[in-house]
Design a protein around this ligand. Structure first.
Ligand code: ADP
Ligand code: MG
Length: 248
């Protein structure tokens, strides 16, 4: 493959006990590409994202990000850390440290994942808070922030890592409706910067607007994929059609 700067996943499989959650998934993602994954719940979307970061350990599969290639089932601590330096994760429930301020949540990631000295991490985190419109919240703890602000910190933390691939797992689905817009706006800004993004979302309007490609997953398999118009307006597989009838 000529995709030397992008991401490739080959033969990724994962079971929990007897149940196969990912079945031999292979995907290529080009640099700067924005890929949206849709599909019913329980279908393995989160597990796929978590396996890319080895938050869940795959049973099989090779994950390549740029020039780093990892045999995921047998990855060493050092390889996992290298993978996490090149991929960053935005969680559905923000996953901020409750006992750290907005600023400290970002600096902590820079120190532990990137090995940045504290003063440099601090400066970088302040720049990110400025970019996300949260500089005035630098010293606020998560409990004092709205859901939208907490998720913007979560996205800021992932942006700060300057990763080759940003993973978003339903970043707006835990939010009250009033906060969804500001989080999607921030994601649009991330996209404008040319960031490669892999996004799981049920926001179909947003998916249509932001995605270069939409992947429909069901039962641990990729069922079909293509440009938003094709997948959302002219799906070929009956499972895709049934899913879209439910969510659109
Ligand atoms: P989705 O994100 O598409 O809703 P998930 O990847 O969260 O789906 O889950 C896929 C399946 O794997 C579900 O049946 C879920 O119950 C199961 N699963 C996910 N994580 C675990 C785990 N840590 N232990 C056992 N089963 C799990
Ligand atoms: Mg999920």
């Amino acid at each position: 493959m000529s995709n030397t700067k992008g991401i490739s996943i080959s033969g990724l499989s994962k079971s929990f006990g007897e149940s196969a959650v990912l079945r031999d998934i292979s995907l290529e993602i080009q640099p700067g590409e924005r890929v949206v994954i849709i599909g019913p719940s329980g279908t393995g979307k989160s597990t796929l994202l978590r396996c890319l970061n080895c938050l869940d350990r795959p049973d099989r599969g090779v994950i390549r990000v740029g020039d780093l290639s990892v045999d995921a089932a047998n990855a060493s601590r050092a390889e996992i850390l290298a993978l996490r330096r090149r991929t960053s994760f935005v969680f559905q429930n923000y996953a901020l440290f409750a006992n750290k301020t907005a600023l400290q949540n970002i600096t902590q990631a820079l120190i532990t994942v990137k090995g940045m000295p504290k003063s440099a991490a601090d400066a970088r985190a302040r720049t990110i808070l400025q970019d996300t419109g949260l500089l005035d919240k630098a010293d606020a703890y998560p409990a004092a922030l709205s859901g939208g602000q907490q998720q913007r910190v979560g996205i800021g933390r992932a942006m700060a890592l300057d990763a080759d691939l940003m993973l978003f797992d339903e970043p707006t689905s835990a939010l009250d409706p009033e906060w969804v817009g500001e989080v999607l706006d921030l994601m649009r800004r991330v996209a404008e910067q040319g960031q490669t993004m892999l996004i799981v979302t049920h926001e179909m309007q947003f998916a249509r607007e932001i995605a270069d490609r939409i992947i429909f997953m069901s039962g641990g398999d990729v069922i079909e994929q293509g440009p938003p118009d094709q997948i959302l307006s002219d799906p070929q597989d009956p499972r895709t059609r049934a899913f879209l009838r439910r969510v659109q």
